[in-house]
Design a protein around this ligand. Sequence first.
Ligand code: G3P
Ligand code: CA
Length: 252
Amino acid sequence: RIGLPDPHETGRPWVSAHRGYSGAVPENTLAAVDAARAVGVDFIEFDVTRTSDGVPIIIHDDTLERTTDGTGTVEQQTLSELADIDAGSWLGPGFAGARIPTLESMLAGFAEHGGRMLFEFKGLWEPDGVKAVCERIRSAGLDDRVLVQSFNVRTVRNLLSVAPDLPRGLLRSAPRQSDLELLPELEVAAYNPSVQGLLHRPDEMRAIVDTGVGSFVWFVDEQDQWRRLLDFGVSSIITDHPARLQGYLDAV
Ligand code: G3P
Ligand code: CA
């Protein structure tokens, strides 16, 4: 349904840019998404959380210090308190003025400029919250260009109940045998472990992908790991350095 060649037939995994082109541009900013789009990646990953007044915004950490010039807990601040915070200078003065994007601005960018979203809901989202977001994805015309995912099983369950038509992914640090029982209930399209987890428990991962689910594996920046994931046959590699990964895939 997402209109891309099947990696299991082509032998070429989809390239997913982690938090945008985060190896070169401040993560989870509109500039990072533009940079990933410019090199023609297959998916652009980003992280969605909420302000204290309930507005979905794009940032990875619970707190502001690492990626902005603000301080404190993201979910305890209103949108207007976050509006003027600089989310670019931490990576270099040339990025000064970048802002924490609202989900609205992110969706508008995808609708206008194209690209596929690997959309991570951070933490627990109750049914009303996921429903509102999924309706916005749909009304922006992006429902056939998204994989929604979360580490939080309840969030994934809520996604199934309010937006069963959107393809879902379950994020895990490492594959778990017990997930063989959970996956049919969640009806996920993809099971998405870390590369370290997959390489540590390949037998568990093999048993899971043999049920027919795809796999977006994060986040992988080393060539020897790319080689091992190609050998395993994953659906997508999530990387901070998508142009490097594309060059590697073109060469092998
Ligand atoms: O999409 C996978 C990856 O982004 C999950 O880890 O911590 O970067 O959100 P994290
Ligand atoms: Ca993420």
